[in-house]
Design a protein around this ligand. Structure first.
Ligand code: CMC
Length: 430
């Protein structure tokens, strides 16, 4: 199947192992190291920086050139001409829908926006001050206890229904986790509204007052969902694939993805950006924080800067910045003190030798945090919103894996612990 070969010299024995090399449609070739085990060798790649763990047709990233393609379409074109649900269709099915397909897809998603009524009581088990991501890990995992008719992963129809349910119910659950924290009644979805409007309606509406969602804010919200829809084999998507490789049901797999997303190096960064801006507090203190970020002995990092794969610029950040400017203008917030700090940090990162040399640019979370703050969404909800948008990516990757051939994920290790030794009885230790 592969014409190219890589040969490995081990302990001076030239050509000790010959490994096939595969080429994708674009991107670097990959060396198939599967044959190494028969030679008693494993590969060692902490953080999987140079390991392709699967074959995929969904998303392509060239971090050096700042390219992000979904099914071949550049992210900036999708952000300019498409919308979140159309991008969901593209990610799930591989092609843009025609008008009829789009209408049907949107209508199916709308028909699944409500959650089982019993889930409302499930929320009461949480503390009111629980972090909404903690609630999301719990309730999304719990969906598998409510939707038994879409758990057979070998059945394509079940997988489809699970996908619709997850995409449609995530905004409802996200808004419920917010409403619960502030003690307001849960809002039912209004299926006359589009996906982003519906989310804002469930977040900010109350039974006694209509939410009056601004079209500019709804468009920005839709763009936030769209720009987070998928990002190749990142930590949370790889987690979903790994959990799914054991045959776990889709709701459990997505709950695993939500847990992985929560960390500040991944989806938690948008929340961390705002916390950092608040901690800096004033433009006059920026230099102090920038100095800390550069200090090797200080663990502090500038949140919202840098990316594992984008070492030039984050193409999502470019589009998100446009939305940030639109939202701030719509809300008349151009002079907000926190945003002044954000703008100054952005300037520094683009001028300062340390950031230029290490290729640390503002990433998507830097700007999405600013937009969400301006819309009035509390910081603890930022990562939840990332999870809502990313759900389609997780599901598309999970489905791609399950519908093809796959094996349970089982990485190996470089063991550096004790060699075998005999057990010492308690009275002889010390
Ligand atoms: N502030 C200051 N220094 C930094 C930063 C930062 N934000 N990010 C990286 N560095 C330095 C780091 O100290 C290291 O320096 P040295 O070479 O002297 O040891 C160098 O840059 C390379 O960093 P790294 O940790 O090896 O890079 P990585 O690719 O493993 O990490 C990252 C990528 C995103 C985890 C990291 O840049 C970071 O922690 N950024 C802040 C958190 C953040 O904004 N995350 C959101 C990512 S975008 C959302 C998503 O896709 O999930």
């Amino acid at each position: 199947m592969s014409e190219k070969k890589a040969t490995l010299t081990i302990d001076g024995i030239e050509g000790a192992v010959e490994l096939p090399v595969y080429s994708g449609s674009i991107g670097p070739d990959v060396v198939d190291v599967g044959g190494l085990t028969s030679k008693g060798l494993f590969t060692y790649d902490p953080g999987f920086v140079s390991t392709a763990a699967c074959e995929s047709e969904i998303t392509y990233i060239d971090g050096g050139k700042g390219v992000l393609l979904h099914r071949g379409y550049p992210i900036d074109q999708l952000a300019a001409h498409s919308d979140y649900l159309e991008t969901c269709y593209l990610l799930l099915y591989g092609e843009l829908p025609d008008a009829e397909q789009k209408e049907r897809f949107v209508s199916i998603v709308h028909n699944h926006t409500m959650v089982h009524e019993q889930i409302r009581t499930f929320f009461n088990g949480f503390r009111r001050d629980a972090h909404p991501m903690a609630i999301m890990c719990g309730v999304v995992g719990a969906l598998s206890a409510f939707y038994h008719d879409s758990l057979d992963i070998a059945d394509e129809h079940h997988r489809q229904v699970a996908a619709f349910r997850l995409i449609a119910k995530m905004p409802t659950l996200a808004a419920m986790s917010f409403k619960f924290s502030i003690g307001q009644p849960f809002m039912y979805p209004d299926n006359n509204l589009n996906y982003a409007e519906n989310f804002l309606h469930m977040m900010f509406g109350t039974p006694c007052e209509a939410s009056n969602v601004s079209p500019v804010l709804a468009k920005a919200m839709d763009r936030i969902f769209l720009l987070h829809a998928d990002h190749e084999q990142n930590a949370s998507t790889s987690t979903v694939r790994l959990a799914g490789s054991s045959g776990a049901n889709p709701f459990a797999c997505i709950a695993a993805g939500i847990a992985a997303l929560w960390g500040p190096s991944h989806g938690g960064a948008n929340e961390a950006v705002l916390n950092m801006l608040e901690e800096i507090g004033d433009v006059s203190r920026i230099d102090e924080y920038v100095a800390r970020a550069k200090d090797k002995d200080d663990p502090f990092r500038l949140m919202g800067f840098g990316h594992r794969v984008y070492k030039n610029f984050d193409p999502r950040a470019k589009v998100m910045k446009e939305s940030a400017d639109e939202v701030l203008a719509e809300l008349g917030l151009e002079d907000d003190p926190l945003l002044a700090i954000a703008k100054r940090l952005e300037e520094i990162a683009l001028e300062d030798e340390y950031f230029i040399e290490k290729k640390l640019y503002p990433n998507v979370d830097f700007y999405s945090g600013i937009i969400l703050k301006a819309i009035g969404i509390p910081t603890s909800m930022f990562t939840v919103i990332f999870a809502v948008g990313r759900t389609v990516g997780w599901i598309a990757h999970w489905n791609e894996m399950i519908s093809g051939s796959y094996r349970i994920g089982r990485p190996r290790q470089l063991y550096t612990g004790h060699e075998q030794r005999d057990f010492v009885p308690l009275e002889q230790r010390g």
